[in-house]
Design a protein around this ligand. Sequence first.
Ligand code: NAD
Length: 548
Amino acid sequence: MAAAAISNRQLFIDGEWRKPILGKRIPVINPATEESIGDIPAATAEDVELAVEAARRALTRNKGKDWSRAPGAVRAKYLRAIGAKITEKKSDLAKLESLDCGKPLDEAAWDMDDVAGCFEYYADLAEALDGKQRSQVSLPMETFKCHILREPIGVVGLITPWNYPLLMAAWKVAPALAAGCTAILKPSELSSMTCLELAAVCEEVGIPAGVLNVLTGLGPEAGAPLASHPHVDKIAFTGSTDTGRKIMTAAAQVVKPVTLELGGKSPIIVFDDVEIDKAFANIFWLNGDCWIISDKKLLNGHFLGAFGQMVRSAVQHLAFWCIIDACCLKLYMPRPFQDPIKDSDSTEENISGEFLRKLVIWAQNIKVSDPFEEGCRLGPVVSEGQYEKIKKIISTAKSQGATILYGGGRPQHLGKGYFVEPTIITDVETSMQIWREEVFGPVLCVKTFKTEEEAIELANDTHYGLGGAVISKDPERCNRISEEIQAGIVWINCSQPCFCQAPWGGNKRSGFGRELGEWGLDNYLSIKQVTEYVSDDAWGWYQSPSKL
Ligand code: NAD
C-alpha cells in the first residue's frame, strides 16, 4: 500500500479524488535518507472553496437527516467502521507514518492503535449523545418552560501538525463527526500521507460524500484560506503558538470560534525522596521490562521514542508527556548537583548527580537509526528545516554558556538523514533561549532547585502551560504541586499517559479549549436555548421586582 499511496493520492473532496485546481504538488522527503519518495497534492484557496461547499452540502443534505441530524447511532456505525479499518491496515499505515515523519516503526504502530481507539471511543459518545440531545432547564417561573438542544456547530476546519500525523487528525475528526459536523482536514505538509489514507478508509466504509474532506497543502496556501473562510463555522488547530496566533487573528475577522492546542515547555520536577531507577522509569515511561540502565543494557521502551522529536513529544513518549512540548523538556532536581562524570565514583553523590549520570548512560544507549531498523528508539526529525532549527538552538545555548552534557550533534554513524543525538543540557540560565523556547527535538534541559517553592517558581516561569509532572513519594507534596503548576495537564509519578477519556489541552500560550473525553465532543457542539411561554395570561410589561 505504501508505494501506491505515495504516488497516487489526490485531494479528497466531496467523496472523490480530485487533482488540485492549480495542479501543484509537494515532494515527500524521507527524513531518514533525505530522498524524495513521491509527492502529495498541494491545495490552494480554489480547492478550499470546493471542499467548503461540499462540506456544507453534506451538512444540510436531506435536511440534515443523512448526517448532522441523523441519530448519533448512525454516525457511530461509520466511526466504528473507520476504527476497524485502521486496525486492519495498521501495519501498512504504521510503515507509511514512519517513512513520512521518521518516528520509530514501533511507535507508529502504537499510534495506529490509539487512532483506532479514538474512533471507537467517539462512536460510543455519538450514541450516548442521542439521550442528551435535548435536556430540560428548570426555571423559577412556572409560566415558562425551557430546554436546550445540543447541535453540531456546522462545517469545521481541522488543521494539524506533523508530530503525530494521523493521531492528531483522529483527535479532531472523530469527535467532529460524532457531533454531526462535517469537516475539512488540513494535515501538515511535512507528514500528510496517512491522512490521505484516512480519506481512503472513509471512502471504503461509504461515509456520505462531503462529510470528511482532506486537503493537503502548505499552511499559507491551504490552511490560511480555510481559517478565514466565512462558511467554515469553527477551526480546531494543533500546532505552534506562532501559527495559532495567525489562525486566531484570521478567525476573529469573522468571529469564528477556535480551539488552539499549541506549543509547550513542560517541567518535570523530581524530588530527592524517590528511588532513582524508579523515578527514571516513570519519567521516561519505561515499561516493566524495560527498566533502565543496567550498565550497558539498552533501555527499551517508549521513552526513547519519546525523547525523539516525536512526540509523544517532547519527549514524546515521554510522551505524551509532552505531547506537549514535544520539545524540549525541562527537568528540575534538588540542588546541589555534581558533575555526573567527574563525580561518578563519589560515594557522597546526591540524587541529581546520580540522576544525571544515569541520564547520560540512558542517552548513550538509545538506538538512533532508520525508523525501520529493529530496535530503533529515535528516528530522524521530520525535515531539514526542523533539523537546522534544533542545531541552531543547541549551538546558541552553548555559546551562551550552557553545558552540552551529552549529544548535541549528528550521530557519527549516520551520514545522511535529519538525525540529532539525544541531547542533555545543564548549566542553563532561565534567561536562555533553550530554557524559554520550545525546541521540539530530542533535547532535555536540566536544572536544580533547593526548595519546593523554588521548583514551583521555576516550573511556572514560562509563557507556556501545556503539561507538567512531579515525581515524589510524598502524596501531599504531589497534590500541592499539581495544584500549583500552571498547566492544563499534570502527571504525578508518571509521564505521558494519554487516555481518550481524559481532557487534553493547555493554558497560557499553550492554547485553550480541551480535546479528548466529553470535552472533545463539546468542542463541536453548539448549545441552543429553547424557551416557551406556557400561560394564557399576558406576559405584560416589566414589573419590578423581577420574578426571573
Ligand atoms: P505549525 O504551526 O508549523 O503547523 C501546524 C499546521 O498549521 C500545519 O498543518 C501547517 O501547514 C498549518 N499552517 C501553517 N501556517 C498556517 C497559516 N498561516 N494558516 C493556517 N494554517 C497554517 O506546527 P508544526 O511544526 O506542524 O507542529 C509542531 C508544533 O505543534 C509544536 O509547537 C508543538 O508543540 C505543537 N503541538 C502541540 C500539541 C498539543 O497537544 N498542544 C500536540 C502536537 C504538537
